[in-house]
Design a protein around this ligand. Structure first.
Ligand SMILES: *[C@@H]1O[C@H](CO)[C@@H](O)[C@H](O)[C@H]1NC(C)=O
Ligand SMILES: *[C@@H]1O[C@H](CO)[C@@H](O)[C@H](O)[C@H]1NC(C)=O
Ligand SMILES: *[C@@H]1O[C@H](CO)[C@@H](O)[C@H](O)[C@H]1NC(C)=O
Ligand SMILES: *[C@@H]1O[C@H](CO)[C@@H](O)[C@H](O)[C@H]1NC(C)=O
Length: 475
């Protein structure tokens, strides 16, 4: 074998030298030659009295403002660019016009990043990842797909990672296990899930939109799409989890000597003549029988006792009604197997807001199921940054950083908040100040007695607010 330096390097140098002609063949089979002028002449360097300076107005013909954009308002009101053709990064007297090509739709959907409220300051790590930007792993034979968010795309999210997965009718996420615990919310459709624990006790159940399951680390399981298939969200208790590094039953067979398989299962070697050559991951299968009893396999150890159930029919739980929306909570109090997962499913009506709060026990991994919202993360050291979220977006808020979730659209916001905690806990800014001696609050914040008197001694969770008016300035 010729070595790189002995042969290939001189070859490459000879053929890629700046003055060497480069033969390029295009798809229409025409061969032509570049003369090698990849660089400009050195006379272009530095000052030149004859240089033809391009002049001209770089300002857009018209500058169209969203309502409230021209006021330097400390209220930091949301700027709605929906009907603005070419939004500009301006807030009151700050900012200026933009003079290069850019992705206008991205700026319209992220106005708090593009023209931030004056209350934003310093640096807070990126806290939004749209699943729509995740690379999609396509399953076999139109069986489905999956896409994931982990630290590789959202480095701040160290404690949890997420996967959005679709299985068509009858398709499987193959029998597998992994090193992280898997908490799931069914987003649409229904699925049959099954598993076995270390005692040989078995579990099988059907879950539908709004239901939750949990498989502890290392516990093998499979998922199959029922009648119209299923889409679900998986949350893992490890920010660096990857769907690409799960343990698959197909690979367990493909990666062990057949002699070993034969001995292990006490069958002839040719019993394994037709096993899959490698991973199946997501693939179509025989539709599950409607009657779950037909697939209820039990051994001498029986079934997994109800207290350790891997499923919780969360869809059947009525939420509590808050002033501006609804809230329901699940944690180890009612679903003990998921001992370190606590979650809230919150709806926030237009104009309303999940109150300013923080989680003392855990980072928060959140997922937006519907609507449009913004969040300001206050991160101590005088840093704060506001992010905008839409359907399919992942949000991440580190432990103890204060935040709110304000509905800035015209539809309900539905958001899932997931914590790594035994119990769903938060501290409400309003409740804390209401339960602090008023003199202390007054001396600190210089609020009026009237304002202090308005503070709620109970957590409102979701506060009401005015439905945003059409906010584009009519000028
Ligand atoms: C479920 O999927 C159907 C078909 O795509 C869609 O019409 C419906 O809105 C989806 N439901 C939810 C809750 O996303
Ligand atoms: C499976 O069978 C066992 C009894 O052998 C029963 O206790 C359990 O409820 C059954 N599971 C389902 C999902 O019907
Ligand atoms: C508190 O607010 C009042 C106005 O209501 C102002 O006169 C006073 O200077 C403020 N006190 C401090 C310490 O900022
Ligand atoms: C944008 O225009 C549509 C159609 O005229 C209107 O219904 C909507 O309220 C406008 N949105 C804003 C934010 O002005």
């Amino acid at each position: 074998m010729p070595s790189f330096t002995q042969f290939l390097l001189p070859f490459l140098l000879a053929h890629l030298g700046a003055s060497a002609p480069l033969a390029i063949e295009d798809s229409a089979t025409k061969t032509y030659t570049l003369s090698g002028e990849l660089y400009g002449p050195t006379s272009l360097r530095g000052y030149d009295a004859d240089y033809p300076l391009a002049t001209g107005d770089t300002h857009p013909a018209t500058v169209e403002f969203a309502a409230h954009q021209e006021a330097d308002d400390p209220e930091g009101i949301f700027l709605d660019f929906t009907n603005v053709t070419n939004p500009q990064p301006i807030r009151g007297t700050r900012g200026g016009t933009i003079a290069s090509n850019n992705d206008i739709s991205l700026q319209k959907s992220h106005p708090d990043t593009f023209a931030p409220p004056v209350t934003d300051r310093g640096a807070v790590a990126q806290a939004e990842w749209p699943m729509g930007l995740s690379h999609t792993k396509l399953g076999l034979d139109k069986g489905g797909w999956s896409r994931q968010q982990n630290v590789k795309v959202l480095p701040i999210a160290t404690e949890m990672a997420g996967v959005d997965m679709r299985l068509e009718k009858g398709a499987y996420r193959e029998l597998h296990w992994h090193t992280a615990g898997e908490w799931a919310l069914v987003l649409n459709g229904s699925a049959r899930i099954q598993s076995m624990n270390t005692e040989g006790q078995t579990f099988i159940d059907d879950v539908t939109q709004g239901d939750v399951w949990f498989f502890p680390s290392g516990i093998p399981h499979s998922i199959q799409g029922l009648s119209d298939g299923v889409e679900f969200l998986l949350v893992f208790d490890d920010g660096s989890f990857s769907e690409d590094s799960t343990f698959l039953v197909s690979e367990t067979f493909a990666r062990n000597p057949k002699e070993v398989l034969a001995k292990n299962f006490q069958v002839p070697v040719d019993a394994f003549d037709n096993i899959p050559a490698g991973e199946l991951f997501i693939f179509p299968g025989t539709e599950a029988p409607e009657d779950i009893q037909k697939q209820n396999v039990t051994g001498p150890a029986g079934v997994i006792p109800n207290v350790d159930s891997y499923s919780f029919h969360w869809s059947q739980q009525d939420p509590i009604i808050a002033p501006g929306g609804t809230v329901k909570i699940i944690d180890s109090t009612v679903f003990p197997i998921a001992e370190n997962f606590a979650a809230a499913l919150v709806t926030i009506h237009p104009g309303a807001m999940r109150e300013v709060h923080w989680h003392p026990d855990s980072d928060e991994w959140s997922f937006f199921l519907g609507g449009h919202a913004r969040i300001t993360i206050y991160a101590a050291e005088n840093n704060a940054r506001t992010f905008d979220y839409g359907p399919g977006d992942v949000g991440y808020i580190p432990k103890s950083m204060s935040h709110y979730i304000e509905n800035i659209g015209t539809e309900d916001v539905t958001v899932l908040e997931v914590l790594q905690a035994k119990k769903f806990t938060d501290i409400s800014l309003g409740q804390w100040l209401a339960l602090t001696p008023p003199q202390v609050v007054k001396d600190t914040l210089n609020l009026s007695d009237e304002t202090i008197g308005q503070l709620s001694k109970e957590k409102p969770l979701v506060v009401n607010g005015p439905v945003p008016p059409a906010t584009v300035a009519d000028n």
